[in-house]
Design a protein around this ligand. Structure first.
Ligand code: MRU
Length: 341
């Protein structure tokens, strides 16, 4: 495969490298993801994260393993191990389904390489199309609130919700972005703050618990988030804390938008209750760790509840902004996301 580079993936001399998203922004370390074990470990540790990026990294690694001589049976096994690396974001499963079809072809090495590159190029295009569609909903002088990280770090392109923000900024429509720090792993405080700074987009970092008072003070014009999985009825799984924002936005009469590519749709999943939610280590809640150091503030044996995602019911979502355009609640109720349509 030829060398390629996105914001957080690098293929060089037929090997995959990843930008360690746990060390950002203090350190920019590229780590080897040359084996399935290495990539799965990076995915577990959220060094590779974000729904689209997880799927793309797994697909690229599979293609590279094939080029480096792994036989079909080994590749089939690797595919299943990668598929099981994180349960909630469906992009991983959707991408690997396509890689599985490539693996079934006679010329599977070439087919896997082609498919992985196609997925990367498609993702860039999906991001562009989401950004274009989403901009129509952004009014001049907007003060938008976003959660988690949905930018170039999490995709191969300009991102999803951040892609919309980026393009709207280019159109002169953005006054300020409120960046939720996004406890427990601080994807907002570390990654979104860093990305917006790099892009020159004005932002203010807030603790997750500050959104309500900002909304009450009429400082938020709309909320923009990404998605890890969209069920057939429009329910959306996204980073923990998204649901609280949707409830708050609804109470304060503020639009709540979800930006995602079609690779995040799970038409076979009837509703949010059927979306598997990843539970993570208690250590992420009893303290915090990163390239800045580690600290634990809770008692060592504190009992902890730590789901990585929550589900926002469709009724709280003002519009789903996909690469195919803006999807209204009426169309979702008509079954536009359903496999039967
Ligand atoms: O646990 P993470 O950091 O992988 O969670 C990421 C999110 O929830 C994002 O909002 C989602 O994947 C969309 S990224 C374009």
């Amino acid at each position: 495969m030829h060398n390629l580079k996105t914001t957080s993936l690098h293929v060089r001399d037929n090997q995959l490298w990843i930008l360690d998203q746990q060390a950002l922004p203090q350190q920019q370390n590229w780590l080897p993801a040359h084996t399935v074990e290495q990539l799965v470990e990076h995915i577990h540790a959220l060094r590779v994260r974000g729904a689209p990026l997880i799927g793309l990294s797994a697909s690229l690694l599979l293609a590279l393993l094939a080029e480096n001589g792994l036989a079909r049976a080994g590749l089939a096994q690797a595919l299943e191990v990668l598929r099981a690396s994180r349960p909630t974001a469906v992009n991983l499963m959707n991408n690997l389904d396509r890689m599985k079809l490539a693996l079934a072809q006679d010329e599977f090495v070439a087919a896997l390489g082609k498919e992985a590159l196609r997925l990367i190029e498609e993702d860039k295009l999906l991001c562009e199309n989401i950004a274009r569609a989403g901009c129509e909903l952004v009014k001049p002088g907007s003060r938008l609130l976003t959660h988690c990280n949905t930018g170039g770090l999490a995709t191969a392109g300009v991102g999803t919700a951040i892609g919309v923000i980026h393009r709207a900024f280019g159109q002169g429509k953005i006054e300020n972005i409120w960046v939720d720090e996004t406890r427990p792993l601080l994807q907002g405080g570390r990654l979104t703050a860093w990305e917006l700074g790099e892009l020159g987009i004005p932002y203010q970092l807030i603790c997750d618990s500050m959104a309500a008072s900002l909304m009450a003070k009429k400082q938020v014009d709309a909320v923009w988030v990404g998605a890890d999985r969209i069920a057939a009825n429009g329910d959306v799984a996204n980073k923990i804390g998204t649901y609280s924002l949707a409830v708050l936005a609804n109470y304060h009469g503020i639009p709540f938008y979800v930006a995602a590519p079609q690779t995040t749709l799970d038409s076979n999943c009837p509703n949010g209750e059927a979306i598997p939610i990843e539970q993570r280590s208690p250590l992420e809640v009893t303290g915090v760790a990163g390239s800045f150091g580690a600290v634990q503030w809770a008692p060592a044996n504190a009992a902890v509840y730590n789901p990585a995602f929550d589900v926002t019911p469709a009724e709280l979502i003002s519009a789903w902004v996909l690469d195919t355009g803006i999807v209204t609640p009426e169309r979702v109720r008509d079954g536009v996301f359903s496999a039967r349509k």
